[in-house]
Design a protein around this ligand. Structure first.
Ligand SMILES: *Cc1c(COP(=O)(O)O)cnc(C)c1O
Length: 294
């Protein structure tokens, strides 16, 4: 994990130069510990070590970027890791879970039904040596970590910051870190996630709630981890033109949404846009070989 590997890339050509648009390549942080997950984890890990805990415990799906990031980052910091995984144990583990085990993580499989109530899983699995991290790193601690995504590079010249939204933890951090002249736009990757605005506001102070931000719900492609041939073609095209590897769960929907919004006149021609490449290519490992060209 090396934040010096992160850079800003001009991708205006991808949008036929109708937009002045750059991308923060937080995906370059590490090949395994994907961009935003490390930022969200950093203070959970710091607090766990300060409290003398030996083990990080968290939850996620079989292709979770958060699970593999916790496994590898925890191992790097000398901590044990435990992952509670959604669904019964499959006969063949996903590559993500295989890698998590290789990084020392102990896995516990939880039925989809029981996984609906993550608070219960956490309540029933308390251990004095464990530090629990909420699913996806959601929480003020995760948000505080995500703030530095906007400050590791000089991002003051941009007026619009756009990111993909799952739990909203990263977006809340970007809102906190944004300057008064900046607006933060989130592209939600879940279908009809009506509670997301409240979940983001719960992470902000009373003043921060009045900052400039907007959630867009039109680019979920049918729901979380759903996709269409058009989305896959778009991903292959982004890689061909810009060497930009996207994932179909988050950043492809983000980039596709930005293009569609641009064609609909959402942005001022003078606008300087920064999109966040939040990393997270684990989901792509669920595809058949050959689906993607990268
Ligand atoms: C997890 C993830 C997100 C969503 O972040 P939240 O803070 O949960 O909204 C976005 N992009 C990528 C690549 C991710 O892995």
């Amino acid at each position: 994990m090396n934040i010096d590997n992160i850079y800003i890339q001009d991708i205006s050509a991808l949008y036929d130069n109708i937009l002045n648009i750059n991308i923060l390549r937080a995906d370059m942080l590490d090949p395994v510990v994907s961009g935003n997950k490390w930022f969200k984890l950093q203070f959970y890990v710091r607090d766990a070590i300060a409290a003398g805990k030996t083990t990080l415990a968290t939850l996620g799906g079989p292709y979770s970027n958060h699970i593999i990031a916790t496994a590898k980052y925890g191992a790097t910091m000398g901590l044990n890791t435990v992952g509670f995984i959604r669904g019964e144990k499959p006969t063949t583990l996903s590559p993500t879970l295989t890698d998590a085990i290789q990084n020392g993580m102990t896995l516990h499989f939880v039925s989809r039904e029981d996984f609906e109530q993550t608070e219960k899983i956490i309540a029933h699995n308390q251990d004095p040596n464990w530090a629990w991290i909420p699913e996806g790193g959601y929480g003020v601690t995760g948000t505080d970590g995500a703030k530095s995504m906007l400050t590791i590079k000089d991002t003051s010249s941009y007026d619009t910051i756009i990111c993909a939204v799952g739990t909203g933890t990263m977006m809340a951090g970007l809102i906190k870190a944004a300057a008064p002249h900046q607006k933060v736009i989130g592209i939600s990757v879940l279908k009809n996630n009506v509670s997301i605005d409240a979940e983001i506001k719960a992470l902000l102070t009373a003043e921060e709630v009045n900052k400039s931000f907007e959630m867009i719900h039109d680019y979920h492609f049918g729901g979380y981890a759903k996709h269409t041939p058009a989305l896959i073609d778009f991903m292959n095209d982004c890689y061909k033109k810009m060497e930009l590897p996207l994932d179909f769960v988050y950043t492809a929907k983000l980039m596709y949404g930005v293009r569609d919004l641009a064609t609909k006149g959402k942005f001022e021609p003078s606008s300087k846009i920064l999109v966040i490449h939040s990393g997270g290519l684990q989901g792509n490992r669920s595809f058949k070989k050959g689906t993607l060209t990268f």
